[in-house]
Design a protein around this ligand. Structure first.
Ligand code: AP5
Length: 209
């Protein structure tokens, strides 16, 4: 099953994808994670996109589209995938239509106030990308990853100025995709405000029906 996760920054797409990939046994492909891994490894792509990610802007469509086109050619996508963070513009959605057929678009619905709370409290394990929240999903020992014991970090784009910009970019560039997929009839709205486990149950029920 080929699934797209849509929704504002911080709605819980990455958190849900980590749970859903185990249920469906398909890879989780996050364009944000691919960019961050390139930045961490100092690749040419990483150097090119570092400033864009830190400010909360979008990487140019041509760069992102070719990166996803390559990734979808991997053998691990044969029985499906979860795309998280792509498409994010109408041009990306149109390009994706030429690559594959999407079975379901899960649209996470969450208000701005909750988005800001989630993003400002998010912390990550740098080596694994495991996601925490200082209030709703804290590590066992404050500030440190449960598995590796490494210090948790805050993403550059989770600072207040970048969060504001990401929300504007979401409204202008990404929210129009809701109408795009409504016309196709494959979009499912999911209330992203309950716990991750409740959101997972709602998504699985929606996918089954
Ligand atoms: P990306 O990494 O895709 O960021 P995003 O879409 O803004 O989404 P986030 O990762 O911030 O949030 P999320 O919805 O995954 O929430 P999470 O599960 O972490 O992209 C980053 C950047 O890369 C972009 O700004 C852009 O520059 C570039 N980029 C990426 N894709 C691109 C594209 N296609 N085109 C161009 N540029 C692109 O949860 C957030 C917090 O909430 C966590 O702390 C979590 O613990 C907590 N939480 C989650 N769910 C719940 C819940 N149900 N209840 C309580 N707390 C919860």
């Amino acid at each position: 099953m080929n699934i797209v996760l849509l929704g504002p920054p911080g709605a819980g797409k990455g958190t849900l994808a980590a749970l859903l990939k185990t249920e469906l046994n398909v890879p989780h492909i996050s364009t944000g994670d691919i960019f961050r891994s390139n930045i961490k490894n100092g690749t040419e792509l990483g150097k090119k996109v570092q400033g864009i990610l830190a400010s909360g802007g979008l990487v140019p469509d041509e760069v992102t589209i070719e990166m996803v086109r390559d990734r979808l050619k991997n053998d691990d996508t044969a029985s499906g995938y979860i795309l998280d963070g792509f498409p994010r513009t109408i041009a990306q959605a149109e390009a994706l239509d030429t690559m594959d057929e999407i079975d379901a678009v899960i649209n996470f619905v969450l208000d701005d106030e909750e988005v800001v709370k989630r993003l400002s409290g998010r912390r990550l394990a740098p080596s694994t990308g495991k996601i925490y929240h200082i209030v709703t999903n804290p590590p066992k020992k404050e500030g440190f990853d449960d598995e590796t014991g490494e210090p948790l970090i805050q993403r550059d784009d989770d600072k207040p100025e970048a969060i504001r910009h990401r929300l504007e970019v979401y409204r202008q560039e990404t929210a129009p995709l809701i109408g795009y997929y409504k016309e196709k009839g494959n979009i499912i709205d999911i209330d992203a405000s309950p716990s991750p486990e409740t959101v997972l149950s709602a998504v699985l029920a929606a996918l089954q029906s």
